[in-house]
Design a protein around this ligand. Structure first.
Ligand SMILES: Cc1ncc(COP(=O)(O)O)c(C=O)c1O
Length: 469
């Protein structure tokens, strides 16, 4: 029997029987069976169309014909490992490098975001000779052991005894709900000073910082946009301590933010990380990823004498696909689309914010937008149940959106980059309708519309169990 011909209940039963139960499924009480997709739309087994507002892997659009063709043509010809010379590998490395600051010139090709971040840690450890890592509150960097250790998003579920003592957590640079907010005179410096304090504490205990790692914009952590100047100051403190700065662009790279190709560039031209990791959108759904670093870091890694070999990383098919993705981003003006449609999305959501007090904050760049739902705009009480309700009701109306962040109250928009203004209208109108209905059913809910915020202590906010989406 070929794939996609089972009736839905059989698929569910087989999955329950043979797939690990910790591999969670969207909408587990009534999962969706997707059998095909195109652009920003996915279709179930009955032909029902779903608008995809969350799939940042299908970056240039699901099953983009240029990408499919590039992969198929190369598969017909050759696929092998990178121990043979092949033009696709070098041409791809050259083209990818052209999107980055010149000092980031050496690529390592791997197969997933986790592999990329794990290798980034190895590079940092080897280059610096140090061991300690600073990560951000609520961060997620991947599923392998080394990355669970640096992912508070995951390890907050473990006991203290299971935490790696060489990993230190800095506050998330969240100017809406975090320790220093928009009303602070200089949140960038205040958050960077927190990192400096950690470095000093580690030093006093005899530790040494190998790396600071952060997503250029925190995604699972709640669509957080760090204040401009934060990364420059963190990089300065970390480098003075002999460490390196790793920018995780696995979710947010490849032009998603519109104005720039890489989200770290939002901080300004004066900021260049030492290592950048890439994944998800790089292959538009084909499993590939990459680590890019400086010649100094690469040479230090080489100096161990240990060969770095990766069976699938940088194979000719992956590189053909990667090249096609880069071409389509330019050919279809997807960065321009992200700027235009992202701006329109935010403007339409702002109108909803005026109407619905449940919307506490809207933040984003290009097609990376977060909508934080709160029960009270003063106390910032997370509206997690309401966020789930929005997600479930949208699903009933054939729109796929997710909620994340430490309180699971942030609606996350990160659609394929071909998302259109009509798609914005469709999803925003439906959110409007759901919130209007919800208010009718919950009239007791606070309708305070003040935008004034006060600090809330961490104890006020018990995080619900998180599911990684
Ligand atoms: C920021 C970030 N880094 C790394 C990863 C790990 O990528 P992968 O699932 O491809 O291993 C993820 C996955 O969600 C991610 O969001």
């Amino acid at each position: 029997m070929s794939a996609g011909t089972l009736d839905k209940n059989t698929t569910i039963d087989l999955r329950k029987k043979h797939v690990g139960p910790s591999c969670k499924i969207f909408f587990s009480h009534d999962p969706i069976k997707i059998v095909r997709a195109k652009g920003q739309y996915m279709y179930d087994e009955k032909g029902q169309r779903y608008l995809d507002c969350i799939n940042n892997v299908a970056h240039v659009g699901h099953c983009h014909p240029d990408v499919v063709k590039a992969g198929a043509q190369q598969m017909e010809q050759l696929n092998t490992n990178s121990r043979f010379l092949h033009d696709n590998l070098v041409l791809y490395a050259q083209k990818l490098q052209a999107t980055l600051p010149s000092k980031l010139s050496v690529c390592y090709f791997v197969n997933s975001g986790s592999e990329a971040n794990d290798l980034a840690l190895r590079l940092a450890w080897q280059y610096t000779g140090h061991k300690d890592i600073i990560t951000l509150e609520n961060a997620y960097h991947g599923h392998v052991s080394s990355l669970i250790d640096i992912s508070p998003y995951k390890f907050h579920q473990l006991s203290d005894a299971e935490h790696n003592p060489s990993v230190h957590v800095a506050p998330s640079p969240d100017v809406y709900r975090g320790k220093y907010r928009a009303d602070h005179p200089d949140p960038a410096t205040a958050y960077a000073d927190e990192v400096k304090n950690i470095i000093e504490k580690v030093d006093k205990k005899g530790g040494k910082i190998a790396a600071f790692i952060a997503e250029s914009l925190q995604s699972c952590g709640g669509q957080v946009i760090p204040p401009v100047g934060y990364f420059q100051q963190v990089a300065k403190h970390v480098r003075e301590a002999g460490g390196v700065f790793i920018a995780d662009e696995v979710q947010v790279g490849f032009g998603r933010v519109g104005s720039h190709f890489w989200a770290f560039q939002l901080q300004g031209d004066d900021f260049v990380p030492d290592i950048v990791t890439m994944g998800k959108p790089i292959g538009n759904g084909h499993p590939m990823s990459c680590v890019v670093t400086t010649t100094e870091v690469a040479e230090a890694f080489m100096s161990t004498g240990m060969e770095y070999f990766n069976t699938f990383g940088g194979n000719p098919v992956s590189c053909a696909i990667g090249l096609a993705v880069l071409d389509v981003i330019v050919k279809d003006d997807l960065q321009g689309n992200a700027v235009r449609v992202g701006r329109y999305l935010v403007s339409q959501l702002e109108k909803q914010k005026e109407k619905h007090s449940l919307i506490g904050d809207i933040r984003g760049c290009g097609l990376f937008v977060g909508v934080e739902l709160v029960r009270d705009r003063v106390k910032l009480t997370p509206a997690a149940a309401e966020a789930q309700e929005v997600i479930y009701k949208l699903k009933e109306q054939h729109i796929l959106l997710s909620a994340d962040g430490p309180h699971r109250n942030v609606l996350k928009f990160k659609p394929p980059m071909c998302f259109s203004a009509e798609d914005v209208d469709e999803v925003v109108q439906k959110i409007d309708h759901i919130l209007t209905e919800g208010r009718r059913l919950r009239p007791e809910q606070s309708t305070r519309s003040s935008t004034h915020q006060t600090r809330q202590t961490r104890q006020d906010m018990k995080p619900p169990v998180r599911k990684h989406i």
